[in-house]
Design a protein around this ligand. Structure first.
Ligand code: FE
Length: 235
């Protein structure tokens, strides 16, 4: 019941609107009348984030990794009751999975969602200190941008193995939180605002084992604060 309530709240708050605007969480009608998860559009060119994320990394990440999650999700959902559900519903329904099959659905579908959120969390010539609404909320929750930067960086560096570091709205305040593997904040009653992918495939070609330098580049040159502000919705 709580998850359903959260879904309604998310829709009202504009999260799902943001998802739809970005072309994700989307499904399409196929020729046989069934629906399927599809690849979201990348919001910029493959070379647009250079020199901080190379064209090679972005092409592999989008065309191989995310494409793989999309294709696997569609294979797993074929001829199931979840096939025609929006992506967010699939995540909420499969998160408490009891079976290996449902667990695989969650992991692959969540990776589609998380990667789309990540593409939109960055933009060319982004990064640095936020202004306006996000600056106010960062100051209220962290006591200033420098503390936010330190907290977010520490979380991203200390996330052991694969996962994601998010800026979320949690119980009325902003927080930097990590999720493991494919887990996404929307199934933990938190509203995601921004995310950095800290799986090694996101940075290894460009930074090798220097995750700290990748996180620094994300914060200083790539963050899309307008996307975070849009995800705040009416909060
Ligand atoms: Fe990734």
């Amino acid at each position: 019941m709580r998850r359903r309530t959260f879904l309604k709240w998310s829709v009202r708050a504009g999260l799902i609107t943001a998802v739809s605007m970005a072309g994700w969480g989307c499904s399409r009608e196929s020729k046989d009348g069934s629906q399927a998860i599809r690849m979201p559009p990348l919001p910029y060119g493959f070379d647009a984030l250079e020199p901080y994320i190379s064209e090679e990394t972005l092409r592999f990440h989008y065309e191989k990794h995310q494409r793989g999650y999309v294709d696997k999700t569609n294979r797993l959902l074929r001829d199931t009751s979840m096939q025609k559900q929006p992506l967010v519903n699939i995540l909420l329904d499969s998160y408490q999975a009891k079976s290996c099959e449902q667990n695989a659905v969650f992991n692959n579908a969540a990776q589609v969602y998380n990667h789309t959120f990540y593409w939109n969390s960055m933009k060319p010539s982004g990064g640095g200190k936020p202004v306006g609404l996000m600056a106010e909320r960062i100051n209220q929750s962290f006591g200033g941008y420098d503390t936010f930067r330190e907290t977010f960086t520490k979380a991203a560096i200390e996330r052991f193995a694969s996962g994601w570091t998010w800026l979320v709205l949690k119980e009325g305040a902003l927080a930097a939180v990590n999720t493991a593997n494919a887990v996404t904040p929307i199934v933990q009653n938190m509203r995601p605002l921004l995310v950095i992918d800290v799986w090694e495939h996101a940075y290894y070609l460009d930074y090798h084992n220097r995750r700290d330098v990748y996180v620094e580049a994300f914060l200083d040159h790539l963050i899309n604060w307008e996307f975070a502000a849009a995800n705040m919705g009416e909060a």
